[in-house]
Design a protein around this ligand. Structure first.
Ligand code: COA
Length: 174
């Protein structure tokens, strides 16, 4: 961890209790992370509708009632290929690099396995070398690529058309 450049007046440690649990309606506003993901409000709400229908379980990493991380799992899109897709995996920036993403991934893999799927898939932007390193360390291997086009409306009514070119990583769950 980076040392602060200013004078240190006190230094102490506190225990922190994290939970990984199913997303609840009360989390939705907090999943916007104080504006970082407000533009994605529609995506979050639609994902939650599918979470309730059982097609897209949403896991949150809870610290004191606040979702400081998340992993969403699309169990439906590639059901025919016995594949569950992990998406929107993120950990709040100040908590990154502490092993929390690894725990979220393991919990998400448990959900995919529990749904009877044989493979976990995750798409990674070509430039995201950090995430790629993490997935390879956890047993994921490059399996192909995919271009995804999607659109969503921001809270101010602006429609965004987006394209993401992803490398696809697979892990057999055995
Ligand atoms: C990727 C991410 C979910 C991992 O969670 P985490 O709690 O930081 O992960 P862990 O502590 O369990 O593992 C650390 C590893 O995660 C990766 N990582 C850490 N910070 C990262 C970041 N900002 N962006 C991408 N990967 C990161 C690295 O591989 C790191 O290992 P290293 O020590 O060898 O560099 C988290 O860093 C994150 O939210 N990043 C930004 C959003 C993102 O890139 N999501 C993935 C989309 S495919």
């Amino acid at each position: 961890m980076r040392e602060p450049s200013g004078d240190v007046l006190d230094r102490f440690e506190l225990p922190a209790r994290f939970l990984i649990r199913a997303c609840a309606e009360e989390d939705l506003e907090n999943l916007e992370w104080f504006g970082m993901f407000t533009a994605h409000r529609e995506i979050i709400r639609e994902a939650f509708r599918r979470h309730r229908a059982g097609d897209n379980p949403m896991l949150v990493l809870d610290l004191g009632g606040f979702p400081v991380g998340q992993a969403w799992i699309d169990l439906a899109k590639k059901r025919d290929a016995s594949t569950g897709i992990l998406w929107a995996l993120r950990v709040f920036p100040i908590f990154q690099g502490m092993g929390l993403g690894t725990r979220l991934l393991h919990a998400a893999e448990g959900i995919i396995r529990g749904a009877g799927h044989a493979v976990a898939e995750i798409g990674v932007e070509r430039t995201n070398e950090g995430a790629r390193r993490l997935y390879e360390r956890l047993g994921y291997a490059l399996a192909g690529e995919e271009r995804e086009e999607y659109s969503y409306e921001q809270p101010d009514g602006t429609r965004i058309e987006a394209v993401s070119d992803m490398l696809l990583f697979h892990k057999p769950l055995g």
